[in-house]
Design a protein around this ligand. Structure first.
Ligand SMILES: *Cc1c(COP(=O)(O)O)cnc(C)c1O
Length: 466
């Protein structure tokens, strides 16, 4: 792009655009990266510079940018028809995708409700659960439970079950009341992280179970006391993303499943971020062998290319809404772009790629390379780095002024922001959450690229933290 056009666009960006999760004043004297092209794991800016998309374009991208089969699927669907409504009409992409999703998601999830983004998929889950209990006569079950540090989106229902103070505290007066319970944060386990020797693994497992048990005790206590008034508990299985890449034990999910069954509470799995292979399994629930009652999916659903979301539920929940019209049990919820056929066609093509190109198997090889790179790159020996952790193609660590004592940097130092800037010079898009730096790699990443990304990141850290 010629530099005059680039400057013109960037100046209009400042004049007209309000970017999400962004203090716009930060950009008065600094420009956003202006992206002109993208291919595979790379974003290419207006000056032709290439950057590794280490966060998969906000945790969405799966097969790399510009995948020819994804592009062809979009074209094919556009040639047939573009967006049509999904109420009173139906279409093959919406039907086929629903069938496929029921097939690949955990046992017991049998019905698919479409929407168009992750927050909305959570709103649907909450309303579905609430209405279910009303319609089966357990009208006192109206409350939801959420975890400390959880993130389920930015709409008000999702914020009501959100546990990140920075994003959520201000809006308290607008929210419905929900119960908050502590998370099972694996950083509290002895020998946590990816560096374990195999002989330490047993001790670590034991410690993980303790972490799970202590978090479960709070849920048990709450359910025993107030289970009659609780509709559901919303949880990000195995990996709590926006709250700081908090990894949680499989035993915690298993324990939650038991408690929910015991106390008649819906287990609502928010797999908006973890779905579609990111954690090493197609769905994070599979690490624990757990079937939720309701599951929310978005982000990777369309390989991260089109906005689309689904909320899956059990036949039992669906049945509570199924009656003669005059009984008024209809689920009155829907969005203009519900079941967008182009997005559905992309999602179907993405799932075909998973099958035909052994995407999960190849991602597993890259996850192994990631573990090795974290161990061998010198990252763990860097001062200020603590709690290196990994699950599949997601890895994270925290930066502290004093890592030994877990003493944080002063917020005004804005270490995360400095790393974000310095990343550009190494050809990396890094987007730390506060002082937590993470990789959220697309499944197309090769072991070679993984090693290169980690090596470049170590150089960035050396520069910023020295
Ligand atoms: C991103 C995210 C959401 C919200 O999805 P949007 O499409 O951004 O509305 C919900 N839950 C989790 C776990 C997420 O990571």
């Amino acid at each position: 792009m010629d530099s005059k056009l680039k400057q013109e666009l960037l100046s209009k960006d400042k004049q007209y655009v309000w970017h999400p999760f962004t203090q716009m004043k930060d950009y008065e004297h600094r420009d956003h990266l202006l992206i002109e092209r993208a291919e595979g794991i790379f974003l290419i800016d207006a000056d032709g510079r290439r950057y590794y998309d280490t966060v998969s374009s906000w945790w969405c991208n799966v097969h790399g940018h510009g995948h020819p089969r994804i592009k062809a699927a979009i074209q094919r669907q556009l040639d047939a028809f573009d967006h049509i409504m999904f109420s009173g009409l139906t279409h093959a992409p919406g039907i086929e995708l629903a069938e496929k999703l029921v097939e690949i998601t955990p046992e017991g999830l049998d019905k698919v409700f479409y929407s168009d983004n992750g927050s909305t998929a959570v709103e649907v889950a909450l309303k579905m659960s609430f209405q279910y209990w009303q319609q089966i006569g357990k009208t006192s079950k109206t409350k939801f439970v959420y975890l400390d540090g959880s993130y389920h989106g930015d709409t008000l229902g999702a914020v009501s079950v959100g546990g990140v103070e920075l994003y959520h505290a201000l809006f308290k007066p607008l929210l419905f009341h929900a119960h908050r319970v502590p998370a099972a944060d694996l950083r509290q386990a002895r020998g946590a992280g990816v560096m374990d020797e195999s002989e330490a693994a047993a001790a670590r497992l034991e410690s993980e179970r303790e972490v799970a048990e202590s978090a479960l005790a709070a849920v048990r206590e709450l359910f025993e006391r107030e289970g009659d008034t609780i509709a559901g508990i919303v949880v990000e299985p195995m990996l709590m993303g926006a709250g700081g890449m908090i990894m949680t034990p499989a035993a915690y999910m298993q324990g939650l499943r038991e408690l929910c069954t015991q106390h008649n509470v819906h287990l609502i799995a928010d797999e908006v971020a973890t779905g579609f292979g990111r954690t090493g399994k197609m769905f994070a629930c599979e690490h624990a062998g757990v079937s939720p009652d309701i599951m929310c999916l978005s982000k990777g659903l369309t390989a991260g290319v089109m906005p689309l979301a689904v909320t899956l539920c059990t036949d039992e929940i669906y049945a509570a809404f199924y009656d003669d019209y005059h009984t008024q049990k209809t689920f009155f919820h829907g969005h203009s772009f519900t079941g967008n056929p182009v997005a559905c066609a992309v999602a179907i093509e993405s799932l075909r790629l998973f099958e035909e190109e052994q995407v999960l198997e190849r991602a597993q090889a890259s996850a192994v390379a990631l573990a090795a790179a974290l161990r061998d790159s010198g990252l763990t020996e860097l001062p200020h780095v603590a709690d290196v952790r990994q699950l599949g193609l997601v890895a994270a660590f925290d930066l502290y002024a004093d890592a030994e004592r877990r003493e944080p940097f002063h917020p005004e130092q804005r270490i995360g922001a400095a790393i974000y800037q310095a990343g550009f010079e190494e050809g990396l898009i890094l987007r730390p959450l506060g002082d937590t730096l993470y990789f959220w790699l697309p499944l197309c990443v090769t072991p070679e690229e993984v090693r290169d990304i980690v090596a470049r990141t170590v150089r960035v850290l050396r520069r910023v933290l020295s």
